[in-house]
Design a protein around this ligand. Structure first.
Ligand code: NAD
Length: 494
């Protein structure tokens, strides 16, 4: 039976006032997966009002009290995790192993935020005169609008609702129209966990109707968006009238440097993950391969041989699934064609794979390796977001490779493979990226701060720094002396 998902407002699943629904397709088969509500602006008002009203009570709880709801949510997700894994396989086309990893990530993050409840502390500082004191309280902002992408649709919801709720904000989750059901699954678990009505809400629908409306709504105080850099720019513009606090986790174009002394087998294994994880649809995916000239042929060959063994197809029985939709396939193949027209060479892949009839309408693209890439080609400048990688040979000048890596509009993740400690430390100092993985794969940890330089965003998520993004510091000045009028700034009037 076809699935239908409504809006979740003030603790209840309700039909959209427009009575309109949008269609979600299964990316592996191209068949209809289900329909989900298309909210109207009236619905957007209702949902934000619900979150706004609920926040007044929610912030009065202590963070330890709030954490009890999060622990309950964690229990419920753990008990039913297989159904979330199934959903990730159907809605995104993730291979089983990756679906399992994503659910592990959801639980790990929620656990991290719940455990942080006892660590959200302010400061008490001295005043400028004796018998004066300043309390610096960390207080919630109010309503958080959490706009999530489709590529890690469960982990991104967890990463936003965890810190928002534990710090006393309420949340309106706005998932991508490519993954409304995963967000709905988590919100339903939150309902079962007994979160008070209005603390967590779900809105789905057309960006043209509710996009700007939500991001310029006066009752929204924080917008946390994970998405493309151009979406971040649009949200910056549309939210300027409300001066919302922005947490923007945007696109990436990770350099992957293989130096001459690298453990090539390790580097090739990590690259298999860094490139083909989620079919290359990851913000920390390796997108620019810089290989030292001495090991160029050997490394590329190693990576090519490994790539040939990748099994593509049905998420329940493959190493790599489909792209999210047909536009993604067209976009990725456009990048490949353009690279060829600019003089690069495809040494593997470069088109759709041959698959069984059942998958013939799916949105698959071959793992693709491109050589003879130059720094200024589009394939090295724009985010590909697919299983395609370009490679460039670099000389023995480490300064130059750092410059090449830094020469990008994006600055999220980067990778370096070398056994030379002094080069590793030099890269740590000079690389201008939020993350550098040295001789290891990602992804980012709950206790690490996930943040991007340049067009990869501003503010960040995870770790104590990520939690701090959801609180404001309020200052209370107190004079507790017997003569509080002693201050010379008070005029001597009677
Ligand atoms: P997207 O920008 O198309 O959409 C992201 C979300 O924003 C969706 O919910 C979408 O409906 C919404 N949206 C789009 N335009 C909007 C507008 N004008 N106003 C309000 N909401 C709007 O991105 P996507 O295709 O879903 O995700 C892929 C992108 O996300 C890639 O660029 C990837 O690198 C990035 N990403 C970044 C991180 C990170 O941590 N930095 C993590 C995952 C994905």
């Amino acid at each position: 039976m076809e699935k239908i998902q409504e809006l979740f407002i003030n603790g209840e699943w309700v039909k959209p006032s427009s009575e309109e629904y949008l269609t979600k397709y299964n990316p592996s088969t191209g068949e209809i997966y289900g329909k989900f509500a298309a909210a109207s602006r009236d619905d957007a008002d209702r949902i934000i009002d619900a979150a706004y009203d609920a926040q007044k009570k929610w912030e009065k709880l202590t963070s330890v009290e709030r954490s009890k709801y999060l622990y309950k949510l964690i229990d419920l997700i753990r008990q039913d995790r297989e159904s979330l894994e199934e959903l990730l396989m159907d809605e995104v086309g993730k291979p089983k192993r990756e679906a399992v990893q994503e659910v592990d990530g959801v639980l790990d993050q929620l656990q991290f935020y719940a455990e942080f409840a006892r660590k959200i502390n302010g400061d008490v500082v001295e005043g400028t005169k004796s018998e004066r004191i300043i309390y610096q309280y960390k207080v919630p902002y109010g309503v958080v609008l959490a706009i999530t992408p489709w590529n890690f649709p469960a982990a991104m919801v967890a990463r936003k609702i965890g810190p928002a709720l534990i710090t006393g904000n309420t949340v309106v989750v706005k998932p991508s129209s490519d993954t409304p059901f995963t967000a709905g699954w988590i919100v339903e678990k939150a309902r079962q966990a007994g979160f008070p009505p209005g603390t967590i809400n779900l809105i789905t629908g057309k960006g043209s109707v509710v996009g700007d409306y939500l991001t310029s709504h006066k009752k929204v105080s924080v917008i946390t968006l994970t998405g493309e850099s151009k979406t971040g720019q649009q949200v910056m513009k549309s939210s300027s009238s409300i001066m919302a606090k922005l947490i923007l986790e945007l696109g990436g174009k990770a350099p992957f440097i293989v130096w001459k002394d690298a453990d090539l087998e390790l580097a090739a294994k990590v690259l298999m993950w860094a490139k083909y994880w989620n079919a290359g649809q990851s913000c920390i995916a390796a997108e620019r391969l810089y290989i030292h000239e001495d090991v160029y042929d050997k490394f590329l060959n190693l990576f090519l041989e490994k790539t040939k063994t990748l099994k593509i197809g049905d998420p329940r029985n493959s190493d790599m699934g489909p792209l999210i939709n047909n536009q993604a396939v067209n976009k990725v193949s456009g990048f490949v064609e353009n690279a060829i027209s600019q003089g690069a060479k495809v040494i593997y892949g470069g088109g759709k794979p041959e698959l069984s009839d059942r998958l013939s309408k799916g949105f698959f693209y071959m793992p693709t390796i491109i050589t003879d890439v130059k720094q200024n080609m589009e394939i090295f400048r724009e985010e590909i977001f697919g299983p395609v990688i370009g490679a460039m040979k670099v000389s023995d000048d480490f300064n130059e490779v750092i410059e090449l890596a830094n020469d990008s509009d994006y600055g999220l993740a980067s990778y370096l493979f070398t056994k030379d400690l002094s080069l590793a430390m030099k890269a740590s100092r000079e690389i201008k990226f939020g993350e550098l993985y040295i001789n290891m794969p990602g992804p980012e940890a709950s206790q690490g701060y996930h943040t991007g330089f340049r067009l990869s965003g501003q503010a960040g998520e995870n770790s104590k720094y990520g939690i701090e993004e959801y609180v404001k510091v309020k200052n209370i000045y107190i004079d507790y002396s017997k003569d509080p009028t002693k201050d010379e700034v008070i005029p001597p009037y009677t």
